[in-house]
Design a protein around this ligand. Structure first.
Ligand code: FPP
Length: 258
């Protein structure tokens, strides 16, 4: 998994980096990190080992995104539906998340990053909430990449929670606008994702950022998450850069296309 051990891969990384840097990079990338289980199974390893290798990937992709100038990186780590997995897998994942948050706090801070947990707080262990709170607080004045970790997250749950806030705030029907809903999402200041990447081939959104993905570009790769290295991230960004985002308009109405 150390890419520099493979000179050809390293050359490809340099070439792609130069090509990608010549054009605007997406400000906000969301990633559905799928395939840890299948990746491990192919090697005769446990699913937990797959998740552990997936956690290492998180590290390298956060650093690569930061270097490329991505402003927001939102990683789908655990959905509200994932609680239905075998309890030992759920526990192992929760331990991994907590370890990641604690161990990476200093490094993320040193890299001028910000950190946020996105999802329903109810149901999450107080230790995870507390560690996440400490990271968010420590890094709140940083100005680099914002890392959003989605744990106990569901797109529908997020919309339901926003609607509950609307009711609690006593809004009149005529005041229920798209802006009113967007202001009540888990991270109201977060711009919508420009690009959503899904690894390991499934063509689904799986309840990820349902409100926010309205105009996101989607990129699905067969590469499984533990194998998703910087070259794969660059390929996804390059694919994004070759698309025309029309937001409901027609080509001729758009100005600055490459
Ligand atoms: C989906 O793969 C992945 C998850 C449900 C967990 C995501 C967790 C990680 C990437 C590792 C830890 C992350 C952090 C932030 C430390 P799957 O298990 O559904 O794979 P499968 O579809 O092949 O079974």
């Amino acid at each position: 998994m150390t890419d520099t051990l493979f000179p050809e891969r390293e050359r490809l990384r340099e070439e792609l980096t130069a090509a990608v840097r010549a054009h605007p990079v997406p400000a906000h990338i969301g990633i559905i990190m799928d395939g840890n289980g299948r990746w491990a199974k192919q090697r005769g390893w446990s699913r937990i080992r797959g998740h552990q290798m997936g956690a290492r990937r998180v590290d390298s992709i956060v650093r690569a995104a930061d270097r490329l100038g991505v402003r927001y990186l939102t990683l789908y780590a655990f959905s509200v539906e994932n609680w239905a997995r075998p309890s030992f897998e759920v526990s192992a994942l929760m331990r991994l998340f907590r370890t990641y948050i604690v161990r990476k706090r200093a490094a993320l801070h040193a890299e001028n990053a910000r950190f946020r947990l996105l999802g329903r707080r109810e149901g999450l262990a107080p230790e995870i909430l507390e560690e996440a709170r400490q990271s968010t607080e420590l890094m709140k004045n940083n100005t680099g990449l914002t890392l959003n970790l989605c744990i106990n997250y569901g797109g529908r749950a997020e919309i339901v929670d926003a609607v509950k806030k609307i009711v609690a705030d006593g809004l009149r029907p005529e005041d229920v606008t798209e802006e009113a809903i967007a202001r009540r999402l888990y991270a109201p200041d977060l711009p919508d994702p420009d690009l959503i990447i899904r690894t390991s081939g499934e063509m689904r959104i799986s309840n990820f950022l349902l409100w926010e993905c309205a105009y996101s570009e989607l990129y699905v790769t067969d590469v499984m998450w533990p194998d998703f290295d910087e070259v794969e991230l660059l390929r996804a960004i390059q694919s994004y850069q070759n698309r025309e985002r029309r937001f409901g308009k027609i080509s001729e109405q758009l100005g600055n296309r490459r």
